[in-house]
Design a binder for this molecule. Structure first.
Ligand SMILES: Nc1nc2c(ncn2[C@@H]2O[C@H](COP(=O)(O)OP(=O)(O)O)[C@@H](O)[C@H]2O)c(=O)[nH]1
Ligand SMILES: [Mg+2]
Length: 393
């Protein structure tokens, strides 16, 4: 027994001794690496530094990812191209957007027209409604005069009858016979060239993008020329529109020559065989001479490739009669073949369409009815007037 106890004690002593020897060694083994500075810095960093570095990202990343991811797929994943809506029937689909004009013009007129017998002051009220809707004084006088005459001659007595005749007068004031087709089809082995002009903020770039979508939606191919070199953001803006539908954008350096960008865009369009080249321009209207020089040059330089097929003047409907004066300057500089009236949504001044056409003698070909990518419609006088006056009592 004593022998066994002695053996156990000896064993314990040995174990304790061994532990006493080994543990310090292990500790020492942990310590030595630092002295060998050159190699350990690299060896030791992986376990410690990454852990420290990884911690903050875990907290920061969500914020960065949330902010940066949404724009990225739009710009960097062109395979998921958007399919624009067909252009046909858009005006009818978007007519609710004219609600404000409708309530200003339509309801006012209906109140007057619902009176049994139209007195002198009723006619004045009709005139006022039209002028308030920006139809313009001249056009209003002509329209009301003709309407009074018809009502008198035809002996129209019902509200529906007078309303019908007013609609006919408004439609005829819009000269429904005018050619409103867009010349965007390629010809003579070249793409059609469309120049988009107008003052700053009128909606040129947006309209370029929307037209591109319409053409692509209808099966064509498009190239954008970012000839607004005044701000880099302008080129980014049109390029983003292009990337969404798979259209190439030709751009130049910020502050570069707009005419040379336009020239290069048409050249590229010819080389790649697209159907239509849409050229977005700058609208700095600081003075008429500067604008003449710049726009005139863009047009001349582009025409070295062949004639410009369509020059669209973009006008903001909310600027009303004032916008018309600026518009005239453009018509003097370039041969405007069509007007695009933007921002007709949210204005009570839908009658401006009549004033624009009458003053400029140029057909309104397209109307912008919102900021959405497909909120642009071919202009149809009859559908527009119906929407303006409101089809139901
Ligand atoms: N509500 C509305 N806004 C529009 C319409 N067309 C353009 N805009 C807006 O008008 C602003 C200026 O448009 P932009 O195309 O940059 O004008 P630009 O300076 O002539 O190129 C932008 O905020 C557009 O979203 C439209 O038809 N309706
Ligand atoms: Mg622009």
């Amino acid at each position: 027994m004593e022998y066994v106890v002695a053996a156990v004690i000896l064993l314990v002593v040995l174990v304790v001794g061994a532990v006493g020897l080994v543990v310090p060694k292990m500790r020492r083994r942990d310590l030595p690496p630092p002295p060998a500075k050159g190699s350990t810095t690299t060896l030791e960093r992986p376990p410690t530094v990454p852990v420290e570095e990884e911690l903050p990202p875990l907290i920061e990343r969500p914020a960065e990812v949330v902010v940066e991811e949404p724009p990225a797929p739009v710009v960097e994943e062109p395979p998921a191209l958007e399919k624009p809506e067909p252009s046909a029937g858009r005006l009818v689909r978007l007519r609710a957007r004219l609600a404000r004009s409708q309530s200003a013009l339509g309801r006012g007129l209906l109140t007057v027209l619902s009176r049994d017998h139209l007195e002198e002051e009723d006619w004045e009220e009709i005139e006022e409604s039209l002028i308030t809707a920006d139809v313009g004084i001249e056009a209003t006088q002509v329209i009301v005069e003709r309407l009074r005459e018809r009502v008198r001659i035809l002996g129209t007595r019902t509200v529906a009858g007078v309303r019908e005749q007013l609609i006919e007068e408004l439609v005829s004031a819009l000269e429904p016979g005018m050619d409103r087709s867009l010349r965007t089809a390629p010809h003579d082995g070249r793409p059609a060239v469309v120049l988009v002009v107008g003052v700053n903020g009128a909606g040129k770039t947006t309209t370029c993008g929307k037209i591109g979508r319409v053409l692509i939606g209808d099966g064509g191919s498009v190239l954008f020329g970012a000839a607004d070199t005044f701000r880099a953001a302008a080129a980014d803006q049109i390029q983003t529109w292009g990337e969404r539908v798979g259209a190439e954008t030709v751009r130049g350096p910020e502050g570069g020559d707009p005419a040379s960008v336009a020239f290069d865009a048409v050249k590229r369009g010819i080389d790649t065989g697209v159907d239509t080249v849409l050229i977005d321009t700058a609208g700095r209207l600081q003075n008429k001479v500067g604008l003449m020089d710049e726009l005139g040059k863009v047009k001349r330089v582009v025409e070295k490739h062949g004639p410009v097929d369509e020059t669209l003047l973009v006008l903001d409907a909310t600027t009303g009669q004032n916008g018309l004066e600026q518009a005239r300057v453009f018509t003097e500089v370039v041969d405007v073949t069509g007007v695009v009236l933007t921002k007709l949504d949210g204005t009570a001044k839908g009658g401006i369409v009549i004033a624009v056409q009458r003053k400029l003698g140029i057909p309104v070909k397209l109307v912008g009815l919102g900021e959405g990518p497909d909120d642009l419609a071919p202009f149809e006088p009859a559908a527009f007037v119906e929407a303006l006056v409101g089809s139901d009592a």
